[in-house]
Design a protein around this ligand. Structure first.
Ligand code: 13P
Ligand code: SF4
Length: 316
């Protein structure tokens, strides 16, 4: 007779995670797009910039990254002596995947004299080909730190790149990449939601397409969007980004209403399928077994580190 394993309850998983993180001096970093149970158990929740700052500053022996692969890679690059774990190694990113390093290298070679600015949503290999990394929190500031006549490449997110070009009057050469989650957000649905909710503010992540951004009352990174909803006197928001951020918005402002786009019961297409691969159980198992671990060649760490450190310095 085979014995069936009874799955652990969430309470038991949380209890075990808490014991293990103390025993192993581990820190759990979570992105805002993680599920509420993971956000609740994290030592720190943040956007891509805040999470890399935390990864660089922590004195923990183990970093458990509840996020996607490029984020855990960034943590490893910034803290190479630490063990960096990702609960599910398949938690990739469509935007990072849209820039294969070999093709990107050819692209860079085809644009001599250009400085290369890469959005943090890219592989470690692409980072080694970059002069500076940016996130949605600091991209504008970092682009503006270059002289106006300096030719620039911006990769891999064409939407964020086009948004910055429009705002700054630059003409950065854009890599043709995008996030599959933000690309599903359409103006048709937004206009319908705006008609149904004339008192709502539309807030959008800059990974959204240009026609969506044109309609937005406020555009920013996940942390900037959260901050805006906290400080705004408005009571209703149409939120054009991944659904995970709503949890912190609702927690911080229980009296306000947050409408997800597309708020359609038949579609959860703005749930990032990669972010949502992480579960409480996988988080527990990775802390217990200390795998899957992010391993990178020393040479890649060394080369990819420079543009990330440059970003951290320019973000101070
Ligand atoms: P930020 O949290 O930095 O705004 O990034 C959003 C994102 O797409 C993470 O994958
Ligand atoms: Fe990548 Fe988009 Fe998911 Fe962010 S939301 S991790 S950019 S696929």
């Amino acid at each position: 007779m085979t014995t069936r394993k009874i799955p652990l309850t969430d309470e038991e998983l949380i209890r075990r995670i808490n014991t293990l993180r103390k025993q192993k001096n581990a820190v759990i970093l979570a992105h805002y797009y993680q599920t509420p149970d993971i956000q609740d158990i994290a030592d720190f929740i943040g956007d891509s910039l805040q999470l890399s700052q935390q990864a660089a500053a922590t004195d923990a022996d183990i970093i458990v990254f509840a996020g996607v692969h490029f984020m855990a890679e960034t943590a490893k690059i910034l803290s190479p002596s630490k063990k960096v774990l990702l609960p599910d190694l398949n938690a990739g990113c469509s935007l990072a995947d849209s820039a294969p390093a070999d093709k990107f290298e050819d692209f860079v070679k085809a644009h001599p004299g250009h400085k290369v600015l890469s959005y943090i949503n890219c592989s470690a290999a692409v980072k080694t080909l970059s002069d500076v990394i940016v996130t949605s929190s600091n991209a504008m500031k970092i682009v503006e730190s270059f002289p106006k006549d300096q030719p620039l490449i911006f990769a891999p997110d064409k939407n964020l790149g086009a948004y910055i070009n429009g705002k700054t009057g630059r003409n950065m050469v854009l890599w043709d990449g995008a996030c599959e989650v933000h690309e599903t957000i359409t103006t048709e649905r937004i206009i319908q939601l705006k008609i149904e909710n004339p008192d709502a503010r539309l807030i959008a992540h800059p990974e959204c397409k240009a026609p969506v951004l044109v309609l937005a009352d406020f555009i920013g990174s996940t942390s900037a969007l959260l901050d805006y909803t906290k400080k705004s006197e408005f009571k209703k928001f149409i939120v054009a980004t991944e659904t995970g951020i709503i949890y912190q918005m609702q927690k911080a402002s229980p009296d306000k209403e947050f409408i997800v786009v597309p708020s359609d019961e038949t579609c959860s297409c703005n749930d990032c399928p990669y972010m949502k691969l992480n579960t409480l159980e996988k988080l527990y198992l990775c802390l217990k077994n200390e795998k899957p671990e992010i391993i990178l060649p020393g040479e890649v760490i060394e080369k990819a580190r420079r543009p990330i450190v440059r970003m951290l310095e320019l973000s101070k």
